[in-house]
Design a protein around this ligand. Structure first.
Ligand code: PGA
Length: 255
């Protein structure tokens, strides 16, 4: 188990509009109490980053804001892309990289994801690197190999000094948006394995420090048992982060 604070992160994916994004962020911020134990992060669509940063400013409980994706170049002729510097200029300070929808729907590979990790860290963003196996890989006995490969390739070349700004999210693809959640035992086994792989790539001390989040159909009624598992240091929440009535109880799972 990592010694660091739990993270509960909401990944809004391609949902909300300008008005509803600002309203949801403001309502989350207003609903958080100063005593909440978890670090709370919101990942709205990139076009609403600035408004979401504004909406959570001054919250009694700090709320981090980040992008769901970015491009590794700093500027130039890359139509439609968003750089780390642009994200930072909105006041956001986090980046999700390598989400399974980026990998499997948008076709991103490990090499591209690694370049994005480097670009985000170099510009000063904190990074959540997402990894996870498909159902085919799990059924073929390739769960560990898949997660080891995605983690190893994803952080290749990252300087030891930057590891403190890295978080990992284990999200089994078969559990994302499907209502199927990995059991605490299934998730815990992969988290422990991933922490071991990370220790091999870095140091035992780094592996103890790094936070490994679980993602995949996290809901108010399963968050507590998942968070009770050693090696699960938080949650990356998709669908349930879009409603106050489901997100706040997840944030408040410890109470
Ligand atoms: P879900 O999504 O909670 O809707 O399964 C999680 C994610 O994709 O980050």
């Amino acid at each position: 188990m990592s010694q660091a604070r739990t993270i509960i992160a909401g990944n809004w994916k391609m949902n909300t509009d300008l008005e509803s994004a600002a309203a949801l962020a403001g309502a989350v911020a207003a609903g958080l109490e100063a005593g909440f134990g978890a670090d709370v992060l919101l990942f709205p669509p990139a076009v609403f980053l600035a408004q979401v940063v504004d909406a959570v400013a001054g919250s009694g409980h700090p709320v981090g804001v980040g992008c769901q994706n970015l491009y590794f170049e700093t500027s130039g002729a890359f139509t439609g892309e968003t750089s780390a510097g642009m994200v930072l200029s909105t006041g956001a300070s986090w980046a999700l990289v390598g989400h399974s929808e980026r990998r499997h729907v948008l076709g991103e590979d490990d090499a591209l994801i690694n370049r994005k990790v480097h670009a985000a860290l170099a510009r000063g963003l904190d990074v959540i690197l997402c990894i996870g196996e498909t159902i085919e890989q799990r059924e073929a006995g390739e769960t560990e190999a898949t997660n080891a490969r995605q983690l190893t390739a994803g952080i290749q070349g990252v300087a030891p000094a930057d590891l403190g700004r890295l978080t990992i999210a284990y999200e089994p693809v078969w559990a994302i948006g499907t209502g199927l959640t990995a059991s605490p035992a299934q998730a815990g086994a992969v988290h422990a394995y991933v922490r071991g792989v990370f220790a091999g790539l870095t140091t035992d001390a780094d592996a103890e420090r790094i936070r490994i989040l679980y993602g995949g159909s996290v809901k108010p009624d399963n968050v507590r048992e998942l968070m009770a598992v050693d090696d699960i240091d938080g949650a990356l929440v998709g669908g349930a982060s879009l409603g106050l009535e489901t997100f706040l109880p997840i944030v408040d799972f410890g109470n």
